[in-house]
Design a binder for this molecule. Structure first.
Ligand code: BDR
Ligand code: CA
Length: 315
């Protein structure tokens, strides 16, 4: 790729699939410059997600990466976590030592605001791999930054696949629907990786074997994380592996041609308890509401896993 690497901030709640996404980004300096990683409460509470983010940077051989702690709870609703998928630490599976690299003192939301004000407008992409609390809080606190964001690429929602934490809501949107509503109404160009696409990126036996066959520590970790978290989805869906959700966000930045979607209108349910956090996605264009998101529906899964394996092999 001849263009300068795209500058991104990763907002995340690791999570094994978040971890693979972060490794992919850190392994791809020709495509992506990671300015910082911000933890948010989601899969597990914030004290664990910030710790996990630092473990992942050390695994990638990048202890100099800046990791920040962001919000410890959603904007309005109480925190809902997902230890039943990701384990008690959020990164259950292989044994992992505590990280030694420091957590930054600055609050993650302040880092987002400061970075967007400092860098030229439209040069920073936010990559959201968890609930949208940090990003929406930054927009509320400093409305001047919203128009400066180049793009937000996020994992969340579902239309054909509907939900995974309730019948109609996907976890990241469900945990903080008020934050999601702010982001989806912000006017910032959005690229959305819903369950519709991530459920096509399955960790089959052959794909996990390829990670293990790398013979490196990161390759082994990815295989062992996958072994751990896929048990839940395999049992639930009867599938040959689990969806590797969050790496779709980073892979789209590197190889967008692997993905296909539609520019559509997406709104977030914030009122009804029954359908709370649903992404009301106008895939068929029946409302006449203006599009606010590129909503991805499919992926070349073999190409996606080939990219992941090739990049993780570098670490
Ligand atoms: C999303 O929820 C989390 O459990 C995963 O890390 C992913 O971001 C999938 O619904
Ligand atoms: Ca996540």
């Amino acid at each position: 790729m001849s263009d300068a690497p795209r500058k991104i901030i990763i907002d995340t709640d690791p999570g094994q699939d978040d971890a693979v996404a972060i490794l992919l980004a850190l392994a791809s300096p020709e495509d992506i410059e990671v300015l910082g990683i911000i933890a948010v409460a989601g899969n597990v509470p914030l004290d664990l997600t910030q710790r996990n983010a630092r473990i992942i940077c050390e695994l990638a051989g990048q202890p100099g990466m800046r990791v920040f702690a962001g919000c410890d709870r959603p904007m309005v609703r109480p925190l809902v976590t997902a230890e039943y998928v990701h384990g008690k630490t959020g990164l259950d599976g292989p044994q992992m030592a505590d990280p030694t690299m420091p957590l930054q003192d600055q609050h993650g939301v302040d880092f987002i605001i400061e970075t967007l004000r400092r860098e030229p407008a439209q040069t920073i992409t936010l990559c959201a791999l968890g609930p949208l609390t940090n990003i929406a809080t930054a927009m509320e606190r400093a409305p001047d930054i919203t128009g400066r964001i180049q793009q937000i690429v996020l994992m969340g929602g579902g239309y054909f696949e509907q939900g995974n934490v309730t019948p109609v809501a996907e976890f990241n949107i469900y945990v903080d629907p008020q934050a999601a509503d702010i982001v989806f109404r912000s006017g910032v160009p959005l690229v959305v990786m819903p369950l519709d696409v991530t459920h096509k990126a399955l960790t089959t036996g052959a794909r996990v074997k390829a990670f293990r066959a790398l013979g490196t520590e990161p390759g082994r970790m990815v295989a062992e994380w996958t072994d751990f978290f896929e048990r839940f989805d395999k049992q639930k869906y009867g599938s040959d592996g689990a969806p590797l959700h969050d790496p779709c966000v980073i892979a789209w930045l590197i190889r967008p041609e692997l993905f296909q979607g539609r520019k559509i209108n997406v709104e977030i349910e914030t009122q009804s308890e029954l359908t709370m956090g649903m992404t009301v996605a106008d895939w068929w264009g029946v409302t006449g509401r203006p599009s606010n998101a590129l909503f991805i529906g499919s992926v070349d899964a073999d190409g996606f896993f080939a990219l992941l394996t090739e990049r993780i092999a570098r670490l």
